[in-house]
Write a protein that binds this ligand. Structure first.
Ligand code: 5GP
Length: 404
């Protein structure tokens, strides 16, 4: 993408936004070398921090996009500190998700033990207002203040929670605990999906708390800088090294772990059903390999095939596709230690099969994990939407209409 930047349109404490020539709906985000704390009262410059932060942000957004979450991220940022994003009207709120009690929560609510697991996750909104130290704001006040509608508040809460779970999964796989996270939202100003709420701003090492091995004393995030009594060059070098380490870890977040679903079809007449399963699996980005087999006629081939597939695909789920009385599931159960799925062609549920396979891969694959979470959230909102429609008050009669 061309990067003919124009003058800055906005700047924050640690970033500058530029317009792009001939692309009114696109902005370039450039992160700065500044690090600040206490609403900007403490401020230092760490050379290279902007580049490191841009890399972290770009990888986080790539992960969220791969999972299917709506974000403003388009491209760039990884090597060039030139992240291209869709232009959005920012909602002046910081949305904080907490999975473990720390920070301002334990200061505000001393009854909550620092380090306590928070289930369900706690979602808090803060109004972006440096002069008043970004005060906590309740959903009712957000609506009353005209910052967002009740529906927007619900959407932001749900998207923030899913974002937290996805990033917590990614960190957990690197043996680290994501304690909390701050994200911001905007509304797309133009183009496809105009008006849609998207996750915007930046998500970097300033915006979360990360405790390796669940130990606060090993923290890698900005809290270390906030905690400093005085700031020496050696301190800043340690902070820089932590940020670099985090960027290197986050670099691998958007990678899918290659997996395979082997569909073994017990009889060529069931190929059409296996096609349905392959399509449902593709919705999660899961690749499939199909073989026609016959328990009655080619039992030896089935055993040989299983061994061959196991040797080729280290992460694999095998699915038996066949009639309800097919002996294939039992045969596969004794032939392999891999998870087994069943598609009964007399009563096929390909979507449920695909979900079960995705969950198996999701244990080790954050992208698939995120896709499962999003699918579940969409299914929930479909039900809630249908219920709301069913119970909506009748439309007001048109002026002048006769009353029954
Ligand atoms: P707390 O309210 O406990 O201070 O912060 C909760 C979470 O939001 C922490 O992960 C913290 O890093 C993040 N956070 C709070 N305020 C800001 C802010 O102004 N900028 C950024 N980038 N993150 C923030």
């Amino acid at each position: 993408m061309s990067t003919k930047k124009r003058s800055p349109v906005a700047s924050g404490k640690t970033k500058v936004l530029f317009e792009v020539e001939e692309q009114p709906d696109v902005l370039v985000v450039q992160q700065q070398d500044a690090i600040t704390a206490g609403d900007g009262v403490r401020r230092d410059v760490i050379e290279g921090k902007g580049r490191i932060a841009a890399k972290t942000t770009a990888r986080v957004f790539q992960l969220l996009n791969l999972c299917g979450l709506p974000t403003h991220y388009l491209s760039g940022g990884v090597d060039d500190n030139q992240m291209h994003v869709r232009r959005a009207h920012m909602i002046p709120l910081e949305v904080v998700v907490r999975g473990v009690a720390a920070g301002s929560l334990v200061r505000r609510r001393p009854g909550i033990q620092r380090g306590a697991l928070l289930v369900p996750r706690l979602i808090e909104f803060f109004l972006k207002d440096d002069a008043n130290h970004d005060p906590l704001i309740e959903p009712e006040a957000i609506v009353a203040g005209g910052y967002a509608t009740p529906q927007d508040v619900a959407t932001m809460s749900e998207l923030a929670r899913i974002t937290y779970e996805i990033l917590a999964h990614a960190w957990r796989r690197r043996d680290a605990l994501l304690v909390d996270l701050k994200i911001e939202f905007g509304r797309l100003v133009g183009g496809e999906g105009k008006g849609q709420l998207v996750i915007a701003d930046v998500i970097d090492n300033d915006a979360w708390r990360v405790w390796p091995q669940g130990r606060e004393d090993l923290m890698l995030d900005k809290q270390m800088y906030r905690n400093l009594k005085t700031v020496t060059p050696a301190d800043l070098e340690r902070v820089r090294a932590n940020y670099e380490q985090v960027a290197d870890i986050v670099e691998t977040f958007p990678q899918m772990r290659p997996g395979m679903v082997g569909l073994l079809v017990d009889g060529a007449e069931h190929l059409a059903a296996s096609e349905l399963a392959a399509r449902a699996l593709a919705a999660f980005g899961l690749p499939t390999i199909r073989h026609v087999v016959s328990v009655a006629r080619t039992p030896g081939y089935i055993l040989q095939l299983v061994t061959q597939l196991e040797a080729t695909f280290p992460r694999m789920v095998l699915v038996a596709v066949g009639a309800a009385n097919s002996a294939l599931p039992a045969m596969l159960d004794s032939a392999t230690a891999n998870p087994i799925g069943i598609l009964n062609v007399e009563n096929p549920h390909p979507d449920e099969l695909a979900l079960a396979c995705a969950k198996a891969f999701a244990l080790e694959d954050t992208v698939v994990f995120g896709r499962v979470l999003l699918l579940q959230a969409n299914a929930r909102s479909e039900v809630l939407g249908a219920d709301a429609k069913l119970n909506a008050p009748p439309p007001a009669p048109a002026p002048g209409a006769a009353l029954a």
